[in-house]
Design a protein around this ligand. Structure first.
Ligand code: GDP
Length: 453
């Protein structure tokens, strides 16, 4: 795809630095090279160059790199200029480049968008560039790199190939009269359904792991009022985000904080104290707290160490009973341990593994952090990819349609209906890699990138 407009942007961060890099992409890149450098540099060699203004005065000097189409990031002619990283020099150079006809400033993500439109990357790979830049942990960097290298796309392509083969088989059978239809069709369709189901389940599994890597696991801090939940959020996130008072019912809505422990990103959520209350607003907070608890990946259930053991046991049992049908790891946190002199063995009496801490003095907080790491440690397997909500949504849409198709086939054995469903599944999956993507979706994805990417 050829764009008439050539685009320019600074690809390094704005601000003072030793080197600032400008990228120019499009058909006018050659003209930019001729005007600024006096010649087109040797392809893919670092060339020491002077960057000239309209009167051939030197604006700056540095390295120029020339990547002729199609062997460039965008697939177009690309010129990169590495000058001194002064905001003023970068500005002067950009102004100079913009004075050349048909050159304009690049929009956010426009270089990646052109790479996608010129088939240099698929959508998953383009998105993984953004994820890589924004990665906050070592494991998410590796996962983004895997996606960028096309490993995730391969899984989707494998699934698409199964669909294509299935579609070809079904479509070719539609044209035959009933007598001519392959007698084995039911067996063949069943076997194809099974293969598809296995591949769908494989992808759904890795995609959920990938989503957790991108967004971090949800750790909910729950417990009765006034036990120190907000204090725990503050000490774990090293902030004063939550208001701490000795008035029960102070936290009425969910409070979110992102923390990184040993490279693992987690989303900590403070919730309203769990109790029966007449207060309407507080009650809404309690309902929200329960909803969040049930969707979380890990619960820190906080208990007040100063109350009677029998009372502690009752509170824990009640909480476990309420979550009996849900399998979420719970860490029992016995807070305010600084206030008790005779530390009796809670674990032995209550029968639950718990960690004694003081959110006030910091006692036991490191042990709690270690415990969180142990539970949250995503096994950084090579096959983990960064997955976005968009990918998960498309896979869910495709899988639901697949289940409907399977059910309908079982009931009616209608080959036309099956062909329609397979077409829909194919389209849903195609939107992940960008084969069926609408312009709106593209704009949405690329506009979240930073300028110069
Ligand atoms: P929440 O209602 O469960 O969120 O509890 P807060 O974090 O608001 O704390 C309630 C009260 O307990 C406040 O007065 C805190 O200062 C106090 N508090 C919280 N953690 C500790 C602790 O570890 N030791 C002591 N002595 N007091 C604490």
């Amino acid at each position: 795809m050829i764009h008439n407009e050539t685009i320019v942007a600074q690809v390094t961060c704005p601000g003072k630095s030793s080197v600032g890099i400008l990228r120019i992409s499009g058909t006018q890149s050659k003209t930019v090279a001729m005007e600024l450098l006096g010649r087109v540099p040797l392809a893919r060699f670092a060339t020491y160059s002077k960057f000239l203004d309209v009167n051939s005065n030197v604006l700056d000097q540095g390295i120029s790199l020339w990547f002729p189409a199609p062997h460039s990031f965008t697939g177009e002619d690309v010129l990169e200029l590495q000058g001194h990283g002064s905001p003023l020099i970068m500005d002067l150079l950009i102004k100079r480049i913009l004075s050349i006809k048909n050159v304009r400033l690049a929009k956010p993500g426009e270089f990646s968008e052109r790479a996608f439109l010129n088939n240099k990357l698929d959508l998953i790979q383009a998105e993984s560039i953004d994820d890589l830049i924004n990665a906050e942990t070592e494991s998410s960097i590796y996962a983004s790199l895997h996606s960028l290298q096309g490993h995730f796309s391969l899984f989707i392509t494998e699934l698409m190939n199964l669909i294509i083969k299935f579609r070809v088989y079904i479509e070719s059978n539609i044209d035959f009269s009933e007598e001519d239809i392959n007698l084995n069709i039911e067996d063949i369709v069943d076997s194809k359904f099974n293969k598809l189901n296995n591949q769908f389940l494989k992808i759904k599994k890795i995609v959920v792991e990938g989503k957790l890597l991108r967004e971090g696991k949800k750790i909910v801090i729950a417990g009765p009022p006034n036990v120190g939940k907000s204090s725990l959020l503050n000490i774990l996130s090293s902030s004063n985000r939550a208001i701490v008072t000795n008035i029960p019912g102070t936290t009425r809505d969910l409070l979110y904080e992102h923390i990184s422990i040993n490279g693992i990103t987690c989303e900590l959520i403070d919730t309203a104290g769990l109790r029966d209350t007449e207060n309407l607003v507080e009650n809404i907070g309690v309902i929200r707290a329960w909803e969040m608890i049930k969707q979380s990946d890990h619960i820190l259930f906080v208990i007040d160490a100063t109350i009677k053991l029998s009372e502690q046991k009752k509170i824990c049992d009640e909480f476990i009973h309420n979550l009996s049908k849900i399998n979420i790891p719970i860490t029992f946190v016995l807070n305010k341990s600084d206030l008790i002199k005779n530390k009796c063995n809670f674990e032995k009496i209550v029968g639950l593994k718990c960690i004694s801490v003081s959110a006030k003095t910091g006692i036991g907080i490191d042990i709690l952090r270690q415990n969180i790491i142990q539970i949250e440690k995503c096994n950084s397997r090579e096959s983990i990819f960064i997955a976005r909500r968009r990918h998960i949504h498309q896979i869910d849409l495709a899988y639901n349609e697949f289940l409907v198709a399977k059910k309908q086939w079982k009931l009616f054995k209608n080959i036309e209906c099956l062909a329609d469903s397979l077409n829909i599944i194919h389209r849903f999956l195609g939107e992940i890699t960008g084969k069926y993507t609408s312009t709106d979706l593209l704009n949405n994805i690329f506009s979240n990138f930073c300028i110069g990417k």
